[in-house]
Structure formats: C-alpha cells, structure tokens
Design a protein around this ligand. Structure first.
Ligand SMILES: C[S@@+](CC[C@H](N)C(=O)[O-])C[C@H]1O[C@@H](n2cnc3c(N)ncnc32)[C@H](O)[C@@H]1O
Length: 376
C-alpha cells in the first residue's frame, strides 16, 4: 500500500512541480529566440495572429481532456505567448544582423577567454553541482582518477602529474595528495588566478603549481617526464587540434605513463533524441542546432567551442597517436536526459544512478572517459 503523504511531503512535491514549470518556461523562451532568429533570416513577420489563435484553441482542447479550466489555460497560454514576443523583440533589437554561423578559430578562442574570465570567480562556488547528472558524472570521473592513481602507485610512478585545462585546480589538488609534483595548465589567466588563490588558501603546498598555457601551442614539460596526464570534464573535446595535443602528450609521458581524457559523447542517448521539451540535468551540453557547447552557470548560458566524439572516433584518434590499450566508458545515460527537478528525492537519485552505472558500457552516456597509456 502506498503510504499516506503528509503536508510536508506534499509541499515538497508541489515545489518540484513548480520548479519544473519554471524551467519549462525557460525552455519555451529559448525556443522563442530560435523562432525569432529563423523569422529574421527568412524575412517573416514576428506576429502571426492566426497561428497564435490556433495555438490557444489547441491548448484549450487539451485542457478539457485533463479536467482543467479551459479559460485558465487559454489565459496562461496567452501570457506565455506575450512574454515570448517580448523576448523575441529584445533579441531582435540586440542583434540587428544575424551572426555568421561559422566562427574562426581565433574568434572561438576569444569567446572562450571572455567566458572563462566571467566564470572564473564563480566556478568554485557550485559549478555543475546544482545539476544532478553533472554531479553524478564528476563523482564517476573522480572514482576513475582514484583508481588510476592506485595503478600508478603499484608501479611506483607517483612522481609527476599534469592537469590540462585545470580551471581553478580541483583535479590538480586531488592529484597533489598522491604525486610529488603536480602542474595545472589552463589557457585562462583568470582561472589560473583563482587556482593560485586556492593554493594560498591550502597553505601553499610546494608540490603543486599553476601555469597559464595554451595546450594548442605547447605543453611546456620535458620529454618522458610525466606519469599521469588528465583532461577532465569534457576538456578533450574543447581542444581544436586534438591530434597535435595528443602528439605533445605522448612526448611528455613516461613509458607506461597514463592518460585520462574526458569527451562529450556524440552518440549519447541525450543527442539521439532530437528534442526534449525540458532542460536536462547537465550543467553543459552540446547545442545540436548551433554546434557549440552551452554552459549553464547560475541564470546564464554561455556558448563556446566544443566537439563531441563517438567512442569509435576516440579509439581511432588514440590508436593513430600511438597510445595502447584504451578503455572507454560513457556516463551518465538516463540522468542526463531527465529534468533536474526529477532528482528532488534521494531514493530517486540512487535508483537512477544504479541504472546509469549498469549502462556505462553501452556507449549511451553524455560523457566518454578514455584511459590509455604510452607503451613501454
Ligand atoms: C570544462 S573546463 C574543465 C575544468 C577542470 N578540468 C574541471 O574538471 O573542473 C575546461 C577548461 O579547459 C580550459 N581550456 C580550454 N581550451 C584550452 C586550451 N587550448 N589550452 C589550455 N586550457 C584550455 C578552459 O579555460 C577551462 O578552464
């Protein structure tokens, strides 16, 4: 028998539904912006009364089948459409010319630098942690990194590790608990500034340092000097010339040294469904319409360069670069397609996480984590 719900539990459920309504409305306004872009490009008028009347009529008809007051739903639908018009007009005024679809590598890098400058001071507060699927992936990635540190410990290879695209240094600090020397590299001076602040807060341990460097240009480490290289949280997909970066990593890794790379997975269930009428519980996901990565931070969305790869593409790249025995797992599958509000209760979080772990071999997760090594 299902137990009787008290007012507190009912209140929690109401809050979940209300939060979901708000995120769905955010999704509705995002679509309105896409409609405005389309209409501008195709010289169509913004307001089409017949289409709008028809939309209200079908909302009323649906309301009746759900036992809702059709007049209430008509008024609600009208409000939504009026707000969508306001959003569209604002966007039209802000962007009189449609932007070029394809940005040059230089422009993309400029975007990344501008965005990381804004994100850096906020990054440590809660980047990703508000979103269940991202939190879940981070914990999966963390356990894989711990396991690889254990393997290198058994081989007596805990001398030197580097964290490429380190941001504010979360992974670097974890590596520094085990390695004698850790260097975190990032292209963003602001991210490195925050990482250095964190270093001071941690009492300035002398086995860790942070440096500004563009991985596309160089990785300033000696040949055959590093036992572990990590690129976490999708960072491998942020690199334009990944082949060249892999050649550089191969040069600096010691024989038997490990490489952990994280990618966005182009075959994820998330990207196989063409559209979800809700916001999924990931802090960042590939925008398949604009071919970029949409990063959500607080109430803002930043679009930057990132390329998703399939598991077979990653295997081929690693093979061509001369890395051995790659193992790849993708994660998470189901949580990555559900709305964040769905995870209000711990029992639901545990249930979906269990399913996601079982699906890790199916190549359907939002991220792919590849572990490989340089031969002896
Ligand atoms: C998704 S964040 C990952 C941050 C960090 N690894 C983590 O787990 O929190 C990607 C980071 O890679 C950095 N990045 C992107 N392209 C880079 C490049 N070409 N060279 C160095 N860093 C880069 C960005 O500035 C950003 O801080």
């Amino acid at each position: 028998m299902p137990k009787e719900l008290d007012l507190k539990e009912l209140g929690n459920r109401l809050r979940m539904v209300d939060n979901h309504l708000v995120t769905i409305l955010a999704q509705r306004m995002e679509l309105a912006k896409q409609v405005e872009e389309y209409k501008r490009e195709h010289h169509e008028s913004l307001i089409r009364l017949a289409v709008e009347d028809q939309r209200i009529e079908s909302a009323k008809a649906l309301a009746k089948t759900k036992g809702l007051n059709a007049n209430f739903i008509a008024a609600f639908q009208y409000l939504i459409m009026a707000e969508a018009c306001r959003v569209e007009i604002f966007q039209m005024q802000d962007e009189p010319e449609l932007k070029e679809q394809e940005l040059s590598p230089e422009q993309l890098k400029e975007n990344l630098l501008a965005l990381t400058k804004e994100i850096a001071p906020l990054y440590d507060q809660n980047y990703g942690l508000d979103f269940f699927a991202t939190r879940s992936y981070l914990s999966f990635e963390d356990s894989v990194i711990s396991r690889e540190i254990g393997t290198l410990k058994a081989l007596g290879m805990l001398d030197s590790a580097i964290d490429l695209g380190c941001a504010t240094g979360k992974v670097s600090f974890k590596l520094a608990e085990s390695f004698q020397r850790v260097v975190g590299y990032d292209i963003s001076p602001e991210m490195i500034g925050e990482a250095r602040n964190n270093l001071q807060k941690a009492g300035a341990p002398n086995n860790i340092e942070f440096k500004v460097a563009d991985i596309e240009e160089s990785i300033p480490e000696e040949s055959n000097s590093v036992s572990l290289v990590v690129m976490s949280l999708g960072t491998a997909g942020d690199i334009l010339n990944l082949r060249q970066a892999l050649a550089r990593i191969k040069r600096i890794l010691k024989p038997n040294g490990r490489l952990i790379l994280s990618f966005y997975n182009s075959s994820a269930l998330l990207y196989r469904c063409w559209f979800f009428p809700w916001q999924v519980s990931l802090a960042a996901s590939i925008n398949q319409t604009k071919h970029c990565l949409d990063v959500r931070l607080k109430e803002r969305v930043f679009s930057i360069y990132a390329r998703p790869y399939s598991v077979s593409e990653i295997k081929k790249l690693l093979n061509q670069a001369g890395f051995e025995k790659p193992t790849l797992s993708t994660y998470p599958t189901i949580s990555a397609i559900l709305p964040n509000e769905f995870f209000g209760e711990e029992s639901m979080q545990n249930l979906i996480s269990d399913i996601d772990h079982q699906l890790a071999g199916l190549e359907s997760g939002a991220y792919t984590l590849a572990i490989t090594r340089k031969g002896t």
